[in-house]
Ligand binder design. Structure first.
Ligand code: 3H9
Length: 703
């Protein structure tokens, strides 16, 4: 195996190169290699300074996350970093790609940091339910001040080199070759010693916080609101506070104690699961990474409504020219105006340069001619959700699109096979279920039809990545994975209303549990009329021996479509999106319970959470055994990226694993006895519960 850390001398500077693809994570071997090479460099009399640099695409992306969960083996990160910091020769970190977590902590142990303009630095441990555990919470505030350090540590976002220089994290930006620049820098500082450059000795930036203890109280209050339910941001504040109140070495100890508590927490396990699950979703049995893909240089989107417009923006954001096709000039102009308005709003918020907006708008062309699709390598259909319209369109696309073009439908529930059957090239047809707003939401359910070609799957997964989305491959069924599960959840939430709860109680219980939004506020936002119109079409075929809640239909009959009509499950003040409890809805629900002969009872939050979340889990288990989802972790990714499920719960399937499937199954069986049909336990759930296994055991078996 190639050496993961190597030492060589270039002129009067020793160069330590970390070479541990793909991201130079600080594995045990890298840590040991660093110790050895630093010793070698310090012992090399001809080396007046040392440069630490990463080979390949990046500096160090942090600790090796795969090692968490096992006892931390020596050499310890703090030991290595102390060795760097207390060395007598100047040590320079030369950063490209990313210096993250333990990687930035190594750089903070160095006496100087130089970086190329495209480099990014960050302490993203909080996103894994952790805190920086190798001095980051102690050194960063000493380097850049308490408030900016708290922001970086509790939010975990990456900071670009330019901003990092302004903050004082980077000493110099290197244009051109990084190593050459770092060597020049090293020659300049060689012989200066390290006096004044050891961050541990600095006090000036934390002095102000020492006399302002309220700062931490205020920060905690803000974080409690921002990161509802999550432990690690609050514990990170404790560690930064220790940097201010304790001597450096004591602060380091405190940081490590908290790190050890967090690294074994369920929240951290859930967040690490979420991190790997997102990457694992790219692995598709039978479609290996070297599967040939089709080049996608141009795109067409049919329909410039809310979905089509958002999808077109996603292409333009990725630099792919896109033609949007509409049927009338009014609809086209309206759609393009919405796109322009969305970009303008981002510019107004300072998150997009006006020139970048012009460039993106320049990539979007509107037309009324369907024949324009002949130029496109991929065509995404985003027209009205009606089978007849979609079938007709695909028959036309089959005649017009160039051979080899990927033909994608953005249906959220219709049968992709039936759509593909309208063409003579079903191997080129695939579902791309974007989530609304499509330019913002990261999830795309990639729907594989019975005849979809392997190269088309590989091409579409890759394209989704190019669009900065998270693709998850699913099979054909009504509602695919996400919506099929959400139907069960919403239905159960409505039954709870009939039995004794009110919408605001259900929403609050689920929000307190961690969801971004409860089901009723969510329906009001999405528009209650969408499902109502579909249900009306389905009414004649609905089995009448099954429980059915009429409440959602009733509120639509009253014209309460949600936020857009200022009334839905809640009422809304004009121009406000804040949901307000409404006496009319309460009266409606009470009357409905009476009509059904249900004696209303107080319903505990715990029951609300179990009835709704386990409804997701039970349906998720069915989806798994039907092979609609490839793995339980894929279902988790769908819920984490598309439905506001709290990442620190890991997704519905991971959450069920943490509760214990025996317990989940027992509750599902109990609900079945009490409620009947909809709670029939999924056979897979029952089987795993009886065998004392978890959903994740199925995933690991697949390898
Ligand atoms: C930490 O540092 C704790 C310390 O404070 C204290 C310790 C005492 N370890 O994302 P990609 C793999 S906590 C192991 O597809 P990109 C990843 O699984 C850590 N593996 O590429 C994937 O593998 P595969 C703090 C890792 O270019 C491959 O690398 N650091 C790690 O889109 C490529 O990854 C973080 O939280 C890792 N640390 O993005 C950074 N990182 O090909 C986490 C990546 O088999 N990492 N892999 O699927 C990231 O944010 C992104 O991966 C990064 C690259 C931005 C680096």
């Amino acid at each position: 195996m190639a050496q993961q850390v190597r030492y060589e001398r270039r002129g009067s500077t020793g160069v330590i190169t970390i070479d541990n693809p793909p991201v130079n994570a600080l594995s045990k071997a890298v840590r040991q290699g660093l110790v050895d090479c630093v010793m070698q460099g310090l012992g090399d009399e001809a080396a007046k300074a040392l440069v630490v640099i990463g080979a390949g695409r990046t500096f160090i992306a942090g600790a090796d996350i795969r090692e968490f969960g096992q006892p931390l083996e020596p050499p310890d990160g703090n030991f290595i970093i102390a060795g760097l910091e207390t060395a007598g020769k100047p040590i320079i970190a030369a950063i490209h790609g990313t210096a993250l977590g333990g990687g930035l902590e190594v750089a903070l142990g160095c006496h100087y940091r130089v970086a190329v303009p495209s480099a990014q630095v960050g302490l993203p441990e909080v996103k894994l339910g952790l805190l920086p555990g190798a001095g980051g919470t102690q050194r960063l505030p000493r380097l850049i001040g308490v408030k900016p350090a708290l922001d970086m540590i509790t939010i975990g976002d990456f900071v670009r080199a330019g901003k990092a220089k302004e903050l004082g994290i980077i000493d110099e930006i290197v244009e051109g070759d990084l190593l050459e620049g770092a060597l020049r820098f090293a020659e300049t500082v060689a012989g200066r010693g390290t006096a004044g450059r050891r961050i541990r000795e600095r006090e000036d930036k934390i002095a102000e916080a020492r006399s302002n203890p309220v700062l931490f109280q205020e920060y905690r209050a803000a974080v409690r609101k921002r990161a509802r339910g999550q432990e690690s941001p609050l514990r990170s504040i404790d560690a930064v506070e220790a940097a201010v109140t304790l001597p450096f070495t004591e602060g380091l100890k405190r940081e490590r104690e908290i790190f050890q508590e967090l690294v074994t927490s369920t929240q951290s396990r859930a967040l690490i699961h979420a991190f790997f699950a997102e990457r694992e979703a790219m692995n598709i049995p039978g479609v290996p990474p070297d599967t040939p893909t089709r080049p996608i240089k141009t795109a067409a989107v049919i329909g410039c409504g809310t979905m089509g417009g958002g999808i077109a923006m996603s292409f333009a954001n990725a630099g792919i020219p896109v033609t949007v096709v509409e049927t009338s000039s009014e609809a086209l102009e309206r759609g393009l105006a919405v796109i322009r308005g969305n970009y303008a709003a981002t510019v107004a918020k300072g998150r997009l340069e006006p020139a970048a907006m012009d460039k993106r708008m320049g990539l979007i062309k509107g037309t009324l001619e369907l024949a324009a699709v002949k130029e496109a390598d991929v065509v995404v259909e985003a027209v009205f959700e009606e089978m007849a319209i979609k079938k007709d369109l695909f028959a036309k696309l089959d005649r017009l699109a160039k051979p080899g073009a990927v033909l994608a439908t953005n249906t959220s529930s219709l049968d992709v096979n039936a759509i593909a059957a309208e063409t003579a090239r079903p191997q080129d047809v695939i579902g791309t279920h974007f989530f609304s707003p499509a330019n913002v939401m990261r999830l795309i359910e990639i729907v594989r039809g019975a005849k979809t070609g392997r190269d088309v799957i590989a091409t579409t997964m890759k394209l989704a990545k190019t669009l900065a989305k998270v693709p998850v491959l699913v099979g054909v069924c009504e509602g695919f994975v996400g919506n099929r599960m959400i139907f069960q959840y919403i239905r159960e939430a409505q039954f709870l209303l009939e039995e004794g709860a009110l919408p605001w109680q259900v929403d609050k219980a689920l929000q307190d549990w961690g969801l971004a939004m409860g089901p009723f506020a969510m329906s009001d936002m999405a528009g209650n009329d969408v499902g109502w119109r579909i249900r009306k079409q389905q009414a004649p075929t609905r089995p009448n021996d099954r429980r059915y809640s009429h409440l959602a239909d009733e509120i639509c009959e009253r014209g309460r479509f949600g936020q857009k009509t200022n009334a839905g499950w809640y009422r809304y003040e004009k121009g406000s999106r804040a949901p307000l409890p409404d006496a009319e809805i309460e009266a409606l629900i009470l009357a409905e319970s009476k009509r059904l002969g249900i004696e209303r009872r107080p319903i505990a939050d715990e029951e609300i959470v179990k009835r709704t979340i386990y409804a997701l889990v039970n349906e998720g288990a069915r989806i798994l055994e039907e092979g609609i989802a490839l793995r339980a972790s894929d279902i988790d990714v769908i819920y984490l990226t598309g439905y506001g499920f709290p990442a620190w719960r890991g997704g519905p399937m991971f959450y069920a694993d943490t509760v214990g499937l025996d317990k989940v199954y027992a509750d599902v069986a109990r609900f079945h006895a009490a409620q009947g049909y909809f709670w029939r336990p999924a056979p897979l759930l029952e089987k795993l519960a009886r065998e004392g296994r978890r959903f994740s055991d199925l995933d690991s078996r697949k390898g």
